[in-house]
Write a new protein. Structure first.
Length: 244
């Protein structure tokens, strides 16, 4: 697979943690930053083992600021960008844009799910980093069972491909997350899944701890659907800070 494409499809998500309103571990969430609030996440993805050739997949480093941009309670929106580095030629085009709009739970009618429509990995190099992923999600809190989310995504079929170069640009988005209040209100856990045989496809799970009201760290693990396109599994460490 082309190195540019490999790099672009690897970097599909920002961070997630107990206090983070943008994503889960790997996939987007229905959470949205409040108006004028600013959030920063710093993510690292590190290979869990060597590739078949005996080499290590380069670590991925990401810095991703996001700001709330709508002053309404029932319709919210956020926008931001990601700067991503992985030691490959595509590092020459490190900036990716993202945005999201949606409604929180109960805002449309009593007991209504949360909804979100957004896009991410809008890279600036045509047919190299422009994954241009559009997604829709719905989520519902089920008391002690936690929150369940489900949705679907579609992206650039010239960039999101499988190991044979065929289009692999669509798929399911699924997740479960919950604050483990029986142990501590600072402890949060999640499992999420992104479908498809591009390097976006992965099952991820992890936990985070809120060290302060505005700061948390997540420790997770990513199992990719197709090792031919994504490489070996990765450990992820994600720092999340609500700046204001």
């Amino acid at each position: 697979m082309n190195k540019f494409i490999m790099f672009a499809v690897m970097l599909s998500a920002a961070a997630a943690a107990h206090a983070t309103p943008s994503t889960q571990i790997w996939i987007p969430s229905t959470d949205i930053q409040k108006y004028k609030s600013a959030h920063l996440n710093v993510d690292n993805y590190i290979a869990a083992e060597k590739e078949a050739a005996g080499t290590w997949k380069a670590p991925v480093f990401m810095i991703c600021p996001t700001v709330g941009v709508l002053p309404y309670e029932k319709i919210q929106a956020e926008a931001g960008f990601d700067v991503m580095k992985a030691g490959l030629s595509a590092d020459n085009y490190p900036v990716y844009l993202h945005a999201k709009a949606g409604t929180p739970e109960g805002s449309l009618f009593g007991g209504s799910p949360a909804f979100a429509l957004g896009g991410y990995n809008f890279g600036l190099k045509k047919d190299v980093t422009d994954q241009n992923i559009i997604y829709g999600l719905a989520a519902k809190n089920l008391a002690k069972l936690g929150r369940l989310s489900a949705g679907y995504f579609s992206g650039n079929g010239k960039v999101l491909v499988d190991g044979n170069g065929a289009k692999a640009n669509t798929g399911l988005l699924l997740s479960w997350d919950r604050t483990l209040s029986e142990i501590s209100d600072k402890l949060w856990a999640a499992v999420d899944y992104q479908g498809g045989d591009s390097a976006l496809g992965a099952l991820s799970f992890g936990v985070s701890w809120a060290f302060a009201p505005n700061t948390s760290v997540l420790f997770g693990y990513d199992v990719y659907n197709n090792a031919k396109t994504a490489g070996k599994d990765t450990f992820t460490v994600q720092l999340d800070i609500n700046l204001w």
